[in-house]
Design a binder for this molecule. Sequence first.
Ligand code: SF4
Ligand code: MG
Length: 362
Amino acid sequence: MAAPESTLPELAVNRRLTVLPLQEYYTSGHRTCQGCESALVMRYLAKVAGPRTLITGTTGCMYVANTSYNSTPWALPWAHTQLGAAGSSALGTAAALEALMRKGKIPRERINVIAFCSDGGGGDMGLSAISAAIQDTRYNLLILLYDNESYANTDIQASGMTPWGAVTAFTPSGSAKRITHHRWKKNVPALLMAGHPQGRYFASASSGFGMDLMEKVRTALDVGGPTFVQTHDPCPKGWDYDPRRSHDLAVLAVECGITVLWDCLEGELRYQGITRQIVEGRLRRKPVAEYLRTQGRFAHFTDEDVDYFQSQIDEMWERWILPGVVRVTQTPFGTLPRPSTSPEAGQSDEAEVVVAGEVSRG
Ligand code: SF4
Ligand code: MG
């Protein structure tokens, strides 16, 4: 079947999002925790997608806390789907819309199809369905993974995207074993980008940079085809910090190089904002200690634990072929040139990686 012709209408915002619409499509009526950044991500997502949008949401905080009996913040058509079903629900919804349009049962127009999932639902259980959806180039769909680094809705169990060493309900710290979570965080957007060459658009964003996040959602919806965006969202309940610090922690994660702002449009990798400055050697990464020491889930860390965490982040930036994105440190062709991440070095003439895009703090 041929891909449906793009009929994307003018969206509610202009190309660079310099004028945002006043309308909200994720409004009052939710029951997320105070300081919940994932709720903010839903608001950004709905605002930029606009009214011609269908959303499916898998089980998780953004399902349960947003659909209490007789109460919902969604001012868009929204449906719950199973925990691992973001990919299949997005694909099925997009295919059903196309069939209805082809049969003339509804007018042919561009309707945004978005499925959101959590790190547990998308990064663990639903990864295969997301892979299948991104492989299928016939339909336009966006899968948004909101990453709060645990199974937050069921009382903070470790997921494949929980950071090394963090305390969760499954990984407590005790006197016999201080560290019980030994897995390094799964790198889902890079995994999907590398394994799905026909995917149109992949991005890693942060709740702390709203304009960048909305630009990425808009780009995904605009380019069409199968697309994927991940956001990094501080969760006061699961991470154990004062809710007032949510935004600061999201920004700090980027400043430390733990969260990496990048996207890949039609095979072109780009870095944004603070991440771009780090890649270009114009900004020094902050030490991860400040980020770790302000969260209760890392309160058991010794100085050696902090040093180990820092060493892993350093390796991401100093040895990976695509800093912070793809871990290849040697190839049959030798070490390929890439931008220096040394602030003293300035911008490297050898840079092979495209860096583009600026970010405003949201
Ligand atoms: Fe948000 Fe975390 Fe509360 Fe869930 S547990 S509603 S993700 S702050
Ligand atoms: Mg989660």
